[in-house]
Design a protein around this ligand. Structure first.
Ligand code: SF4
Length: 223
């Protein structure tokens, strides 16, 4: 796919190495919802400093946990979701550990994860790709917006459907999918921003539907 090749050149190809344990990735991704990275990291560290480990987080009162993660948005919703998730993992697996997902077939692992409170397809695919190198594609707001503007997906496609459409266009290889996700994420953060995309600096302008249809004709507004 041309978009993928051009962004590989622009941002360089990365090696897929998980920096965080699966439990760290799962809970951090839950904390990150509508929250910037620094505040998510702050909440994660505060939570473990105060309660010691996952068992301590599980045993804390809901109010104490909400206070520890108060740098994130919606701590009052996230605290019970995190505790319920930890409780389910412990009850089902006997331990607060999700390393078993490495050996679970992909569809089963997706279904298991998305049954957890506060875990949707985006969190599940991030975890399965980053930590277990399974061939899925996390479609967050940046990946979705850039894909739509370039024209890889149609204007009426939902985020869940976008996952299947984009996956069909790419090799089912975890490193490729990781790079595609990361590159579109960065591109959406830095260049193809929501409010005013910097099309004049964009390597994708030559193949971008939005640029050709709107910006090149001088209509000065965001998609
Ligand atoms: S040309 Fe503009 S709209 Fe298209 S991908 Fe680049 S920044 Fe986004």
């Amino acid at each position: 796919m041309r978009t993928h090749e051009m962004l590989n050149q622009e941002y360089k190809v990365l090696t897929l190495d998980s920096r965080r344990t699966p439990m760290h990735e799962l809970i951090s991704t839950m904390l990150s919802h509508r929250t910037n990275h620094a505040d998510e990291v702050n909440a994660y560290n505060t939570m473990l400093e105060r309660f010691g480990d996952w068992e301590g987080v599980l045993q804390a009162s809901e109010e104490e946990l909400a206070d520890a993660i108060s740098t994130t948005r919606y701590p009052g919703q996230k605290a019970p979701q995190i505790q319920q998730t930890l409780r389910i993992i412990k009850e089902e697996r006997g331990d607060i550990n999700i390393d078993f997902l490495a050996d679970m077939p992909l569809e089963e692992a997706m279904a298991w994860l998305t049954r957890l409170p506060g875990v949707g397809p985006k969190t599940a695919t991030l975890l399965l790709l980053f930590n277990f190198k399974k061939p899925v594609l996390p479609v967050d707001t940046h990946v979705f917006r850039v894909s739509q503007r370039v024209g890889l997906i149609g204007a009426k496609v939902t985020a869940n459907k976008a996952h299947d459409i984009l996956l069909d266009m790419l090799p089912k290889d975890a490193t490729t999918l990781f790079n595609f996700h990361k590159h579109l994420f960065w591109h959406g953060q830095k260049v193809c921003t929501w409010s005013y995309p910097k099309c004049e600096k964009c390597v994708l302008s030559g193949l971008c539907n939005y640029y050709n249809a709107v910006r090149a004709k001088g209509i000065d507004r965001a998609a």
